[in-house]
Ligand binder design. Structure first.
Ligand SMILES: Cc1cc2nc3c(=O)[nH]c(=O)nc-3n(C[C@H](O)[C@H](O)[C@H](O)COP(=O)(O)OP(=O)(O)OC[C@H]3O[C@@H](n4cnc5c(N)ncnc54)[C@H](O)[C@@H]3O)c2cc1C
Ligand SMILES: Cc1cc2nc3c(=O)[nH]c(=O)nc-3n(C[C@H](O)[C@H](O)[C@H](O)COP(=O)(O)O)c2cc1C
Ligand code: SF4
Length: 636
């Protein structure tokens, strides 16, 4: 496979054409590389990736509070150096990403005016207007970027990557959308790129002309007023002429963040057309990224010459061993990414990053799965993601595991969640879990509806209750009519035609509306709250993506509307004190879920070890079910 071809990138001799995309992480108090960063990266290096790019390192905190790693001092070189050494022993090269800042994208401090090219509103705090940089301050940042690069070089990094993409500070200078300056740093494209070019020149001056410099840039923003591809390709030429080693191609900015950071709704290879356009414009190597986790697609990109290197971000969080598994042909063993972006959401709260489907991610040493001291008889009730993860983990530890699932299929709510075409990542994860449940030796008993009596009769040493949830059916007159179905039925049953009303505009309501839109004559959402998606707790890029899909759809939306009655052909609701009626053939209820927690009291003090996990405890998300199932099984 071309993926595993050896190659040379500048002075770097690489063992394959797979690189890990930069993804920021927690740091030591001084902004330096943390011990757990080293373990996290090392696990990816052991998994076979040839080149690893760190998350962004800001070169100074003189102009903004530290949002990420900091690389401004001799005293951070020790831990970065240890990372470089350990990666090198694994045959993996290290690229350190450096940045002069986030500018108007600053997210850590709502009280201080951020510096930016011009007096534009801060993205996260639009009432705060940015302070334009003075020319001397720009020059100061150029010198500091050079120093930061020299520290990376001193630590043994093989290259640096300049963070000049995605609407961050350098890209704010590069784009007419945010750069309104009239001096030598504003106006023409050459002027807008001056800051980036001065940084490249300074790095070369300080680190030597041979030291590889990669630039991550965005040839197209994909938002109104943002950069269009023709300018992006001119930028590629300018960067090539400036002597950069390779171009790492991104798309988007925070106004449409999902174009940059893939979500479950993104199509595979959604940024490839840009990498290909850049590749056709320059002679230097091009690094592609953007949902390239399907091995056949990744290989095809290289075979077709659309890019020279394949970048994996999310995919190496879910499965650090993707390269080794692909090389060995074990595609079915690859843990797929479900595009939920809990990896971002958790970190934005300030906690250590994790991954919904991989509890070891960024917790490489926290939660070891050890062989059981004593083999126990374990029962898992429910074959959803939590039950399957619990059963697999308990079996891996050597226990004797039975899984009882009352329906005739494993998957639980993943079956409905993964049913729409635009959520096939969730279906892929379900398939992965099902395969592993069977291959790990779990005794799966389908059609077995657990009751407290049947569980107690079988004398289990440990029970994990993972019985999930059931849909809420509100007491609306007519809700028991034949024309009323649940969202699960709409997603997993026959295609829904005719005129449809979806009651509830949360995540499930919106997704079910978009799903049935393909087969129905007309779809209307009636939502009690003032807007769609108000109760959903998910990352901004997923939120923007789903909202934009709703805007682009033909689904009619009525918010602040209370359903009062359902009849055979109509749904009545009240809005602003007035009654309305929508003609419809089918009503889909999507107003939330109740936990299947009845057995908690019946079992918790009657079996030696007992845990209630996932939605059975409280309806939440896949991450909760998977992590709780995993943690319960670790403790048996
Ligand atoms: C349409 C939809 C879309 C969703 N989309 C997302 C999403 O994008 N991201 C996200 O994070 N979450 C999403 N969720 C939520 C997510 O699916 C759930 O949080 C997750 O499935 C909970 O897993 P679980 O294992 O706890 O329970 P479930 O998945 O509900 O599985 C429980 C299983 O237990 C079985 N069971 C119940 N009672 C018994 C019994 N007595 N005996 C034997 N078996 C029993 C059930 O049949 C079921 O198979 C979505 C949910 C729905 C419905
Ligand atoms: C958790 C997380 C953190 C990220 N942090 C950075 C970062 O520090 N610097 C950067 O250039 N890109 C960052 N990105 C973007 C990725 O490098 C990559 O461009 C993007 O995720 C698309 O690739 P993928 O679809 O393979 O994940 C981050 C992405 C994720 C998911
Ligand atoms: S948290 Fe979700 S989006 Fe992030 S890597 Fe894991 S599965 Fe993918």
């Amino acid at each position: 496979m071309k993926l595993f071809e050896r190659s040379r990138l500048g002075t770097m001799q690489l063992k394959n054409r797979i690189f890990m995309c930069p993804m920021g992480n927690k740091t030591d108090a001084d902004g330096g590389t943390q011990e757990r960063n080293i373990e996290y990266f090392l696990e990816r290096a052991r998994g076979g990736v040839g080149l690893l790019i760190t998350g962004a390192n800001i070169c100074t905190t003189k102009y903004e509070a530290r949002p990420c790693n900091l690389l401004d001092s001799f005293h951070q070189v020790d831990r970065l150096g240890l990372l470089a050494d350990k990666l090198h022993y694994e045959g993996c090269k290290l690229v350190v990403q450096i940045t002069p800042g986030l500018g108007r994208m600053t997210f850590t401090d709502p009280h201080t005016q951020p510096y930016a090219p011009s007096a534009t509103p801060a993205f996260y705090f639009p009432d705060v207007i940015c302070k334009p940089f003075e020319v001397e301050q720009i020059k100061d940042l150029v010198v500091k970027m050079g120093f930061s690069a020299s520290l990376a070089q001193r630590a043994g990094a093989d290259a640096v990557e300049v963070h000049a993409y995605g609407g961050y500070l350098l890209d704010q200078f590069q784009s007419e959308l945010w750069n309104k300056r009239t001096d030598e740093y504003g106006g023409s494209l050459e002027n807008r790129m001056r800051f980036t070019l001065e940084i490249i020149e300074e790095i070369k001056r300080v680190c030597g002309p041979e030291f590889p410099v990669i630039v991550k840039f965005t040839p197209e923003h994909g938002v109104p007023g943002g950069r269009m591809l023709d300018e992006g390709l001119k930028m590629a030429k300018i960067l090539e002429d400036a002597g950069v080693t390779a171009l790492h191609v991104d798309k988007g900015c925070y106004e449409a963040w999902y174009l940059a950071i893939s979500t479950v709704y993104s199509s595979e290879g959604h940024q490839l057309h840009l990498a290909e356009a850049v590749k056709n414009t320059v002679g230097i190597p091009v690094l592609a990224q953007g949902k390239l986790g399907d091995p056949s697609l990744a290989e095809q990109v290289l075979q077709d010459g659309k890019a020279d290197y394949i970048g994996l971000g999310h995919q190496l969080l879910t499965d650090p061993h993707w390269p080794n598994k692909v090389k060995a042909g074990n595609y079915r063993d690859i843990v797929p990414c479900i595009g939920c972006n809990e990896c971002m959401f958790i970190a934005r709260k300030g906690k250590y990053r994790s991954c919904a489907v991989n509890p070891h991610c960024y917790h490489e040493k926290d939660y070891p799965v050890t062989p059981a001291d004593v083999k126990k008889k374990v029962l898992v009730i429910g074959g959803g993601p939590g039950g399957m993860k619990g059963a697999i983990t308990a079996a891996e530890r050597g226990h004797d595991v039975e899984l009882w699932e009352k329906t005739d299929r494993l998957g639980g709510n993943l079956i409905a969640a993964g049913a729409p075409e635009f959520k096939k990542d969730v279906a892929a994860f379900n398939e992965y879990l099902i395969n592993h449940t069977y291959s790990s030796g779990v005794n799966v008993r389908l059609g077995r509806d657990a009751t407290a009596e049947s569980v107690l009769a079988d004398g289990f040493d440990a029970v994990i209750l993972a019985a999930g949830s059931r849909p809420i059916i509100p007491p609306i007159p007519g809700v028991d009519g034949k024309n009323v179905i649940t969202s699960t039925q709409a997603l997993t049953g026959k295609p829904v035609g005719g005129r449809v009303v979806v009651v509830g505009g949360g995540l499930v309501g919106c997704e079910v509306a978009l799903h049935v839109e393909k087969t129905a004559e007309k779809v209307v959402i009636v939502e009690l709250l003032g807007d769609l998606l108000l109760t959903v707790q998910h990352n901004l890029n997923n939120d923007q993506h789903l909202k934009d899909m709703m805007k682009a759809s033909s689904v009619e939306v009525h918010c602040g509307a209370k359903v009062t009655k359902i009849s055979d052909s109509c749904l009545e609701y009240e809005q602003n004190g007035e009654s309305h009626c929508v003609d419809c053939d089918t009503v889909i209820m999507a107003v939330g879920y109740l936990p299947n927690n009845q057995m908690i009291e019946e079992l918790q003090d009657k079996v030696p070890l007992f845990w209630a996990t996932g939605d059975a405890q409280q309806p939440r998300k896949i991450i909760d079910a998977v992590h709780e199932g995993f943690q319960a099984a670790r403790r048996i």
